[in-house]
Ligand binder design. Sequence first.
Ligand code: PLP
Length: 226
Amino acid sequence: MAVIENIQFIEKEIEGKGVTLVAVSKTKPVEMLMEAYNAGFRRFGENYVQELVDKHELMPKDIEWHFIGHLQSNKVKYIASFVSLIHSVDSLKLLQEINKQATKNNRVIACLLQIYIAEEDTKSGMTEEECLEIMKAETLEKLQNVRIVGLMGMTTLTDDETQIRKEFKKLKDFYQTLTFNPQRLPHPSLTILSMGMSGDYGIAIEEGSTIIRVGSKIFGGRIYQK
Ligand SMILES: *Cc1c(COP(=O)(O)O)cnc(C)c1O
């Protein structure tokens, strides 16, 4: 199936559910992204800074670029002028660097804190305790050029639906704890729960996801080259 048909299929599935689709286009050529763009789609997710910079340069400027991969502090400067939402903030140090680069670019950059929910140690993210530490008013007051708008999480790589559901539930519970404690936040701004990929977005939506990040189900499998 063609890219745009896959997107339309998923858009139909999520219609009326308050869920936004991000098309994860890492490793895929600009031509494939342009198929989606030419059909009116504007929201892409990328994992690698250099690839994102290249695609941003080559493609039309009304695209909403989401950064979803592990982000090194020293590379924030390359995407700070244009990135729409960074899903993968996994430390205070990284958040401080995003704030610094956002200030230089005279912007406020929207960020999600990536929370560690999987039962394997290959997935990055922060613990709930680290997140609570960052969400303190004293910390956020010093970070005027970032806005934390929600949380992101990735489940264990498994076919066990019960396990996946349990991990999504855990993230949703934590999200609600944060949302319903507005005294902790100078801006009660949490509206996004980014969870769900090609294999598990159905469960993620049932468990309260508001952004799904779908790659292979739109663009096909990925081949990684060295
Ligand atoms: C690659 C990736 C996705 C998309 O994965 P698919 O299984 O291809 O849908 C989503 N989120 C993150 C963080 C990713 O790295």
